[in-house]
Design a protein around this ligand. Structure first.
Ligand SMILES: *Cc1c(COP(=O)(O)O)cnc(C)c1O
Length: 307
């Protein structure tokens, strides 16, 4: 048994016709916690439960925290999530619905995380949102599932925050002897930590995040993800916040699935018919999901950016 589900891989006729290519969607928006994160976090939580952890701790008010809350609920292990005051009531509500104890502390993630570290005990497992090899192994199951189908993509498009998803996908490709498949990484311009790092040949820490795609808002990618990315064929792409919001709105209309801007980023190259797609025909988009926004947030964001 795993805490994640095997998700559908579907051909999108609408997107395929739009760019005149074969576009397939890996629908991880349908995971029980609302995003792909339960793959890796579920795997890590099961691992820690197996070695006797009595509590799980997270400092993410986003999809990582939600995945930890869901995993703890399913495994019968109590979960504490420490979040900064900036966390929306909506996110706190979702965490509490899954029985997590939410501790609100500090004005930034940094302060929340310091408190989280200070309440750690020997029996607590701290679950990092992206920088953990257990997570990457869990995320790699996504590629295992695609490998069992007849479809071999010639390009994979995914979004990047701290690089956990990217690291998991690259490891999944290596495991399945698919390391020849190139990846298009997508970030918003205000959260371009991987893009800047690849350009500089070393990890660059951003001074601040200026993107509405909050789930992509890691100031720097993990060392492990950066090393894997450096050795893989990567096209690093930047899109605007407006692109990602528009992609979310169009995707809802086209496929009846609401995803958050972090995921709209991965859909943007197709909706924007980007030139970088011209040499590829069988394109897999990882629809990573996300529960941190509502359609009203997305529409209000579009209005604010176009006025
Ligand atoms: C976490 C997350 C990302 C980014 O994943 P990283 O592993 O941090 O790179 C993208 N989209 C959604 C919806 C997420 O929750």
């Amino acid at each position: 048994m795993t805490l994640h589900i095997e998700t559908p891989l579907v051909r999108s006729d609408i997107l395929s016709d739009l760019v005149n290519k074969d576009i397939r969607l890996k629908l991880d928006a349908l995971q029980p916690s609302g995003s792909f994160k339960i793959r890796g976090i579920g795997y890590a939580c099961e691992h820690h439960a197996g070695r006797g952890a009595k509590a799980f701790l997270s400092s993410s008010g986003g999809n990582a925290g939600m995945a930890v809350a869901y995993a703890g609920k399913k495994l019968g292990i109590p979960v504490k999530v420490v979040v900064p005051e900036t966390t929306t009531p909506r996110s706190i509500g979702l965490l509490e619905e899954d029985n997590a104890e939410v501790i609100i502390h500090g004005t930034s993630w940094l302060e929340a995380n310091i408190l989280a570290q200070s309440i750690m005990t020997d029996e607590t497992a701290f679950i990092h949102p992206f920088d953990d090899e257990l997570l990457w192994l869990g995320h790699s199951s996504m590629i295992d599932e695609i490998h069992t189908t007849e479809f071999k993509p010639d390009l994979i498009i995914l979004s990047v925050g701290g690089g956990g998803l990217l690291a998991g996908v690259i490891q999944g490709l290596m495991k399945n002897n698919w390391e020849d498949i190139p990846i298009m990484t997508v970030e918003t311009a205000g959260a371009a930590s991987l893009n800047r790092s690849l350009k500089n040949g070393k990890i660059v820490e951003l001074k601040k995040i200026t993107s509405l795609a909050t789930s992509l808002g890691a100031k720097k990618v993990s060392e492990g993800a950066f090393q894997l990315a450096k050795d893989h064929k990567i096209t690093s792409t930047l899109v605007s916040d407006l692109d990602t919001l528009t992609a979310c709105e169009r995707f809802l209309s086209d496929h009846k699935i609401l995803v958050e801007p972090a995921c709209g980023a991965a859909l943007s190259p197709v909706y924007n018919k980007m030139q970088d797609l011209r040499n590829f025909n069988k394109i897999l988009v990882i629809v990573c999901g996300g529960s941190t926004t509502s359609i009203d947030d997305i529409r209000n964001g579009i209005t604010a950016l176009t006025n």
